[in-house]
Design a protein around this ligand. Structure first.
Ligand code: NI
Ligand code: MN
Length: 224
């Protein structure tokens, strides 16, 4: 049987669950996340853990999940070879921005992000699976090179973009990013977790012209 959909669940903040032929979590910050829709123990068995950068609200429970499920941590080289990650003895694949890692029928690509990190460079991810293209920008401001992402990796079915401001782009910046990325639909993330990143999803929806805005509360899903 052919599986032709990918299910995307917003877990709160930037944490995202992607269920395709494999189970993928992106930025699994669940413990101590006031917006988390579930705890690590409620998470299904994970195959891949994608980490956009090493800030605590993104690295989160990566090591605990990697140990529990023998899941593979995917991210920039300096992050996957960080001392605590190596000492945890978990499976990793570390590469760099512009590069792709192909495993079976899924391709993971590291994309640039304009942000900061303790080690390595902050990134985003493109996931190609089931002829669908998902883009999670990580923490970033808008940058014009975003328009290369669909050109290089395929028309984006769903983009997950921060709108909270303060640490990332805000509603206006994210709407400008949507204009560069031209995704079929966009899910706002990284807002309302704490007071400095309160955001207005209605404003974001008004500012986005061509793409469908899907506002998912933590725990809600959509399919592409
Ligand atoms: Ni960050
Ligand atoms: Mn963050």
């Amino acid at each position: 049987m052919m599986i032709s959909t990918m299910k995307i669940t917003r877990l709160g903040h930037a944490a995202t669950l992607v269920e395709t032929t494999k189970t993928i979590v992106i930025d699994p910050f669940l413990t101590d996340n006031p917006a988390a829709s579930l705890t690590v123990k409620d998470l299904p068995k994970v195959d891949y853990i994608l980490i956009t950068h090493d800030h605590f609200d993104h690295f989160g429970d990566a090591l605990a999940i990697a140990k529990r499920d023998e899941a593979q941590i995917i991210g920039v080289f300096e992050l996957t070879t960080r001392k605590d990650v190596v000492e945890a003895g978990v499976k990793t694949v570390g590469f760099n921005i512009g590069g792709s890692y192909v495993d079976g029928d899924i391709t993971f690509t590291l994309t640039p992000a304009v942000h900061s990190a303790e080690v390595g460079s902050p990134s985003g991810f493109v996931i190609n699976s089931e002829n669908k293209v998902i883009y999670h920008s990580g923490d970033t401001t808008v940058f014009e090179d975003m328009k290369l992402i669909p050109k290089l990796y395929g028309n984006i079915d769903l983009a997950l973009l921060p709108i909270g401001g303060f640490y990332t782009m805000d509603e206006k910046g994210a709407a400008a990013a949507v204009a560069y990325l031209k995704p079929k639909s966009v899910v706002p993330i990284h807002y309302n977790t704490w007071p400095p990143i309160e955001a207005d999803t209605a404003l974001f929806s008004r500012l986005v012209q061509e793409s469908e805005v899907k506002v998912l509360e933590p725990g809600q899903s959509c399919e592409v």
